[in-house]
Design a protein around this ligand. Sequence first.
Ligand code: NAD
Length: 236
Amino acid sequence: MNAGPRVVALTGAGISAESGVPTFRGPGSLWERYRPEELATPEAFARDPTRVWAWYAWRRERIARAEPNPAHRTLAEMEAALPSFILITQNVDGLHQRAGSRRVIELHGNLWRVRCVQEGRTWEDDRVPLPEIPPRCPACGALLRPDVVWFGEPLPPVAWRQALEAAQQAEIFLVIGTSGIVEPAASLSRLARAHGARIIEFNIEETPLTSLADEVWRGPVGETLPRWWHAFQDRP
Ligand code: NAD
């Protein structure tokens, strides 16, 4: 297969739904039971770190039991087959890496990393269960927080710059399992469109990004994405 058009993929929580990881919005979502502003904000953490960490500990346990699904694996195949392929994710679950993706732009961090609130140092921590909640820095005793981006916080600047460049250079932009509501990640699809990319949406339902899309694959992404990829590989 020749190098072909430059393909960029943006994934959201929906790609991990079939792995058993709850989404934030849509049927069976986390937010049906919890309010985001009570948990995923710096203010919530300052008010009650134990409560916020209990929620992250619960998510880490669920994700540790989850396996990447065919959609994650398809994106890893794309990376191996297309030298210019770029994967941008809003997810924090690490399932893309477990499926074999190596070049992943993580816009919202990763819940398998912790950060010392005092020193700002980050490191990987995949202990499940955590020995104490809230966990503390072994060096200075300060609180640790998940190294994720909370509502109201800026995105990691390097990842965001790489994502902007990728969106501008994309010829095919795959929007996969994202509600298209969380900014600024949602603006990447508009940017890609403005720079001439063909937008292809994969979602079980209509989203605010659907009207931008040149092509829509409706249905569970574990089925639709492998089908799209096979058709793409068979193109003349
Ligand atoms: P979201 O929860 O707002 O939206 C999920 C989208 O996925 C919805 O549009 C839904 O219709 C779609 N969807 C659900 N199941 C699907 C399936 N099987 N196939 C195709 N589409 C499906 O998620 P978001 O847009 O990523 O934004 C919310 C924020 O949620 C992000 O910042 C992300 O960091 C965070 N989040 C991450 C995880 C994770 O890492 N797995 C889980 C929950 C939330």
